[in-house]
Design a protein around this ligand. Sequence first.
Ligand SMILES: Nc1ncnc2c1ncn2[C@@H]1O[C@H](COP(=O)(O)OP(=O)(O)O)[C@@H](O)[C@H]1O
Ligand SMILES: [Mg+2]
Length: 222
Amino acid sequence: MNLNASRPALLIGLTGGIGSGKTTVANRFGALGVPLIDTDLIAHQLTGPGGPAMPAIEAEFGPSVIAADGRLDRDAMRALAFGDPGARKRLEAILHPMIRVETDRQVAAAASSPYAIVVIPLLVESKGPKRFDRIVVVDCPVDTQIERVMKRNGLPRAQVEAILAVQATRAQRLAAADDVVDNGGEPGALQAQVEALHRRYLAFVKDGALLQNPPRERDSQT
Ligand SMILES: Nc1ncnc2c1ncn2[C@@H]1O[C@H](COP(=O)(O)OP(=O)(O)O)[C@@H](O)[C@H]1O
Ligand SMILES: [Mg+2]
């Protein structure tokens, strides 16, 4: 074991489109004892009541985007960004460095594990893949994504389609993937896939170090 490491030997980036099942799949890795770092959760904590990002957000956008309990009012922020295209970038300029610092802290805290998983919804869009040793994509057909998000968030189809339109395409994500979890079927079909990837990832690490050139899953399938 590498006791001085600032990160696990193997760092996996997990991504997928909205509703593909990132959280569902990540939780199954978590149940196997794999440390999970969830950047969505970190963003919510940063912008929750009393969250560390809130003073800077209030200074930048004023009190209209602060809810009564002190959290970021996401609807108000969206409305503001609708009329001011630069607003999203200014919000990201505040949040992204803070998310990065907290992600790094949690990655470091997982350093004694052979591997850890960082869940990043917009990994393919953000040009951030370089820091990960491997990228695992949770995949399902677009229609399935839309139906799941309509049901989960109670949104009309058009609104879900609008979210999908600004995300990477299914093909773009698959092109960036080293490994793919097929979540187009029943939830019960996930467990065997997650366990197979878990064994695979553990086998990539020997004596606290990553083996050179671990094979891509697609290579071994062809
Ligand atoms: N294989 C599946 N079959 C049916 N429903 C699923 C399946 N996988 C996930 N879901 C449901 O679909 C919704 C989206 O899954 P979630 O894991 O939250 O996706 P993401 O985190 O990628 O947005 C959730 O309500 C979840 O319970
Ligand atoms: Mg999720």
